[in-house]
Design a protein around this ligand. Structure first.
Ligand SMILES: N[C@@H](CCC(=O)N[C@@H](CS)C(=O)NCC(=O)O)C(=O)O
Length: 218
């Protein structure tokens, strides 16, 4: 069988999700650590985004499609439950997290620290302050969601959990969001518990080039 390639820089949360999926299924893969909009990526993703996947003649873009393929093309415990209601709940949480939490809240906030676009390179305070109320609301939503079972769906570790852990990792290392995480005890316990999972730990990315750590103090 040809080697499966996950294409994209390891710091991307969605590259990390795809790697967790491989680890969970026991699928060997090669990481091709390239940035968005490079030739390898542009050849596969129509918008030049990472991750992309190559497996023999098959190429794929978008983490959800990549994880679908990893889940269905290989043996191993399912990433999405077989039970249809639990599968639908898994999709629900992936959708909420990707279309609301990541795009509207986590991504601008994390970007305001690591890619601020300010003249002196300092964190973009206006963006940060603008996002914090929404982050508060969405942390509370997630705290309620995991309070009962310690998972987003039922009692098992599903793709919904894999999908959000990298985002929580970045938020855990930034000042306001780490304090907020501490105030949401169920979410913090969820984060600490699942970050220790080998599939998650094995792909913790190195800090961005030029940085020695992920942590930014307040
Ligand atoms: N919906 C896509 C999102 C991928 C995405 O936003 N990737 C980021 C890195 S985490 C990227 O390539 N950014 C570059 C850009 O947007 O131009 C997925 O799930 O794979």
């Amino acid at each position: 069988m040809p080697e499966l390639e996950i294409i994209g820089a390891p710091q991307s949360n969605y590259v990390w999700v795809s790697r967790i999926a491989c680890h969970e299924k026991g699928v060997p893969y090669k990481l091709v650590a390239v940035m968005p909009h490079t030739a390898e990526v542009d050849a596969i993703h129509p918008l030049g985004k990472i991750p992309a996947l190559r497996h023999g003649d098959l190429t794929l873009a978008e983490s959800r499609a990549i994880c679908f393929y990893i889940d269905h093309a290989f043996d191993g415990a399912p990433l999405v439950p077989k039970d249809v209601a639990a599968a639908a709940k898994t999709e629900q949480w992936i959708s909420i997290v990707n279309t609301h939490f990541d795009v509207l809240v986590a991504r601008p906030y994390v970007g305001a620290y690591f890619f601020p676009g300010t003249s002196d390179g300092a964190p973009h305070r206006a963006v940060i302050e603008g996002v914090l109320p929404k982050l508060e609301t969405q942390f509370a939503m997630l705290d309620r969601a995991v309070a009962k079972t310690g998972h987003l769906v039922g009692n098992t570790f599903t793709l919904a959990d894999m999908n959000i852990l990298p985002m929580l990792f970045y938020l855990h290392h930034l000042p306001e969001s780490s304090a907020m995480l501490r105030r949401n005890a169920a979410l913090e316990a969820y984060y600490e518990r699942h970050l220790a999972r080998p599939s998650v730990r094995e792909a913790v990315p190195p800090p961005f080039p030029g940085r020695s750590s992920w942590t930014i103090e307040g």
